[in-house]
Write a protein that binds this ligand. Structure first.
Ligand SMILES: NC(=O)N[C@@H](CC(=O)O)C(=O)O
Ligand SMILES: [Zn+2]
Ligand SMILES: [Zn+2]
Length: 344
């Protein structure tokens, strides 16, 4: 039985770091494990320009602790008004590595998002030309579409037409949650890839209702049925370079989660690589973890692979009931329960 696992240091290709005191609270969890992270731009106000991304990057760097070697990879928040010029500035800055598409109303802080992709043609043309990836929260927002079908419907209504119109656009289908998405990405050309979260590999939708309502298991896209989880596990452990690690760790104050209208997002950075080790071990595929966590994302983004390593030991530890989040607390995934792998 494996008792320890050393892999090239992983990167997190989908992360919410927030800002201010929350940023200060959560950043050490990521910096301890990951070399780099694609930092999501859904702040209030959103990070819509390269200038805002530069300033946010400086705040992240200032929040690091002495000795940290973590590198934040910045993103822009696409709006109906994003110009081709802004895309050129972003690319030329060297600090912006992707542009995030939030359909307006799809998820947390998406109200400034895109109402109609038709408005984004100049920006998308520039991104295609410059090789700047489009990162997609791939869910339709129509209230008449069942919440469990929103990703599947987005593929047909939006993703296929988008790729037809921009066949060379580099696209990351973020936090895939369905068999249909895994299959779509697997069958697409090499300019299409996907991130997969640990929570979607480890849980199905029953986790939202086990013994009562479980607000800390609510995220978007929402957890799906077991057969979808199995399809995600198969994709993540397949060895295909189209699938790589993106935690989508999304901290919210406990009060905002445990509420009559609780917000979407799970916090997983406290065990950002350990949870994946559990999922890969359960699938009998620990030998595939390194490619998924440490190689394929860097390769897709055209960045060098990390050269140092991390070591995990197969040793159970208990997750605290809650963690500080500025003046508030947050409830991490597995709060009060154990995780089977520990970071040395
Ligand atoms: N995943 C989530 O449920 N929430 C994310 C937004 C997102 O990634 O869609 C957040 O910012 O809280
Ligand atoms: Zn999202
Ligand atoms: Zn996210």
């Amino acid at each position: 039985m494996t008792s320890s696992l050393t892999i090239t240091r992983p990167d997190d290709w989908h992360l919410h770091l927030r800002d201010g005191a929350a940023l200060q609270a959560v950043l050490p969890d990521t910096a301890r494990r990951f070399g780099r992270a694609i930092v999501m731009p859904n702040l209030r106000p959103p990070v819509t320009t390269t200038d805002l991304a530069q300033a946010y990057r400086q705040r992240i760097l200032a929040a690091l602790q002495p000795g940290d070697r973590f590198e934040p990879l910045m993103t822009l928040y696409l709006t109906d008004k994003t110009s081709a010029e802004e895309i050129r500035l972003a690319k030329a800055s060297g600090i912006v590595h992707g542009v995030k598409l939030y359909p307006a109303g799809a998820t947390t802080n998406s109200d400034s998002g895109v109402t109609n992709l038709g408005h984004c043609v100049p920006a998308l043309e520039a991104m295609q030309e410059l090789g700047l990836p489009l990162l997609v929260h791939a869910e339709v927002t129509d209230a008449d579409v069942d919440v469990f079908d929103r990703e599947k419907v987005f593929i047909e209504r939006n993703m296929r037409p988008l790729l037809q119109r921009f066949p060379a656009l580099r696209v990351v289908f973020e936090h895939i949650t369905t068999r249909e998405a895994a299959q779509f990405v697997a069958e697409s050309p090499d300019n299409i890839a996907a991130t997969i979260t640990a929570h979607h590999l480890l849980m199905n939708r029953n986790a939202m209702f086990s013994g009562g309502m479980r607000p800390h298991h609510y995220c978007l896209p929402v957890l799906k049925r077991e057969d979808h989880r199995l399809a995600l596990v198969a994709a993540a452990t397949s060895g295909s370079p189209k699938f790589f690690l993106g935690t989508d760790s999304a901290p919210h104050p406990q009060s905002a989660k445990e509420s009559a209208c609780g917000c979407a997002g799970m916090y997983t950075s406290h065990a950002g690589i350990e949870l994946y080790a559990e999922a890969f071990e359960e699938a009998g595929a620990l030998n595939r973890l390194e490619g998924f966590a440490s190689f394929y994302g860097a390769d897709f983004y055209g960045l060098p692979r990390n050269t140092d390593t991390v070591t995990l030991v197969k040793e159970s530890w208990q997750v605290p009931d809650n963690l500080p989040l500025g003046e508030e607390r947050l409830v991490p995934l597995r709060a009060g329960q154990s995780i089977g792998w520990r970071l040395l």
